[in-house]
Design a protein around this ligand. Sequence first.
Ligand SMILES: C=C(O[C@@H]1C=C(C(=O)O)C=C[C@H]1O)C(=O)O
Ligand SMILES: NC(=O)CC[C@H](N)C(=O)O
Length: 754
Amino acid sequence: MNCKAKPKTATIEPPRLLLIDSYDSFTFNLASLCRQAIPSCIIHIIKNDDYTIRELQPYLGYFSAIIVGPGPGSPDNPQDIGIVKDLWKIEEGHVLPIFGVCLGLQSMGIEFGAQLQQLRVVKHGQISHIEHTGTDLFHGIGKVDAVRYHSLHVVLPENGELQPLAWADDGIENGRVIMATKHTKRPFWSVQYHPESVRTEGGGADVVRNFWNLAQRWTRESGRSIRSWDSVVDRVAGNPWPHLQSHSPPPTPSPYQSNVITAILDSPNLSIIAVCEMLGVLIESNPFVLLDSAAQPGRFSIIGALMPESIQITYSVGDSFIVIKRGQASTRESLGTHDIWSWLAGFMRAHKFRGHEEIPFWGGFIGQINYELGVHSLQVPLRENSKNRHPDLNFVFVERSIVLDSITGRLYIQSIIPHDDSWVAETKTRLTTLPQRVSPVVEYEQPTEPPIITFPSKERYVSRINEAKEHLFAGRSYELCLTAHTHISIPKSSDYIPSSWERYKLLRQNNPAPHSAYLRLQPTTLLSSSPERFLAFSRPPGVICQLRPIKGTVRKAPDITRSVAEELLAGSVKEVAENLMIVDLIRHDLHGVVGDDVQVKKFCNVEEYETVWQLVSVIEGKLPRGTSASLDPESEVGWNVLKRSLPPGIMTGAPKKRSVEILQTLEDHNRSVYSGVFGYWCVSGSGDWSVTIRSCFKYDQRDVSLDQCSAEEWTIGAGGAITALSNAEAEWDEMLIKLQSVLRIFRAAPSTLK
Ligand SMILES: C=C(O[C@@H]1C=C(C(=O)O)C=C[C@H]1O)C(=O)O
Ligand SMILES: NC(=O)CC[C@H](N)C(=O)O
């Protein structure tokens, strides 16, 4: 490589920033903030352990500045800090401006003589007023309220090389804590708070802009020249962010093959239960799929009218093949150079249709994805022996479907099979003759032989909460979603064992939820009453990806009016912090795929549901207009966001990778179906996925070594976010409340259908 320095012409080449990622602590939010503050800059992101300083040093001359991102762990632990600790000691002649955030400030601090200390009261997702000098990084800046995510802090030495620029006054909790500093001789600046958080006000883009001005001034005054970009550096620093990966072949010139055959029936009193029963749900040995909007704000319900030849795709993490089942025939197909996602995307490219705009689903994959698929995609090792026991992804390709609109009472009967008009017409006629009635009420009584319920041990759960808090205090995570499984074993000796469909009917009656589902996809049966949408992506063009995390719940009661609920939820530091951490995490996930255009549409909104008030945020992202990635990014973006956002942040905590690693050590078993997602991927390119919570699942007998006395083994997962402010007893109770919402259906046996 030719390393000879050529003077840079600023008007021709945009500035290049090297952003050092200390493992997914809101890194892409920081990248986006830098782009907002430094227009037209190009950002390359590397991990803090990708290179040694000797390997990286020859390339630093191509960058205008380095940004050191936040991160889990401690700046004095080589595994946590990686190359960052060496940046502050770069040889003269290689020095360039650096801006550090949080872990970045702490590393800079300890390299220049500061003492690293533990905060007495840690601050995760909390907003503090920041006092500042009004100079340097804070030049021209007024009031700053900033979000903090830290357990550690630095105490600067008197008359050292570092000069403080800002503080937070934590009063009796922690005293005055350093919030920003600069080096007096070298071009290094840093902040302890998170300028990129959505709730930081005053100390975000303006501070980064000031850094950039200071950096440029230092560059001019020191006579540093920046090398003209050489494509060889791309090999070291990677493609600039954002980089929309595409593994699929380019789209065919005319992607829409044919129209969806659709019939419409206005029948407001037809119950979804009756429609499912008409379509064969009662035959327990056949697969069946229902995505059920059983409560507001859910609107559409989708039923797959499966056929013996419907294609079922299963995949287990780590396998180099997928299993394709059609009727009794089952084949293995090698993934070759594809991963499961690009295989699925390739399949969908060959199945494109055009249907009625007002119908959310025209046909496509319906199914579920396990938590472990997400764990694997984060490159976190799975537990021993967890591979291949059950599929981690289980989809069926739905060609015939019925979609019900609960608002208009309209039914759409659809088929994407060519010349299937007669099925559509016949089905419409059959639906017309179905008795019109409201949903049947399921009556139930105590089962003759009660199920054997194995609860998680309280002692163990509480000790895990305390261990989780130790990790939080040590700065290894900001929030950990701890969960546990409860097992329900149905004795063979029961004189009556309800079918999974009967159990589902009980569930939807007991706990009606906007994201309910009945998915019977051998070997997995999932009954869900999830309140939570994970990700919806609209059909191209103009794909919008929307995530809707729920954090914070208050039960409804006569004295809990909206204003009381708002006080209890939106007025609670703990609840808002939990929600904010997930909002920042989701922004990071989205910014990672779509780039700059990520917006928080609603923050900590109190929403009213059937039985509870909830704190809900809404985050949306879309590709910039006119994106010209080489391969059809519009139809890639939705599934790319899905692929790269698993497991759902709401089920992990933040930062995601380190939190998942910690949870792997705290929890005893694979979470499996629980904590994953279920939903659809439509042939139009859209998708809608819910979080698999408030659900139970079982595997078919032939796939599981059941106890001699058990006819069925069901599992319910439940848990909650542990933060530094959590109380162990309250967290145990919260887990039990979530568990009860589903467990109730096993304490009852249906007697009659009215
Ligand atoms: C973990 C569960 O729920 C999640 C955790 C929540 C919380 O900690 O407040 C709230 C809703 C869900 O995102 C569960 O239901 O098992
Ligand atoms: N956000 C961060 O970078 C956190 C730094 C460090 N892990 C702490 O908790 O103090």
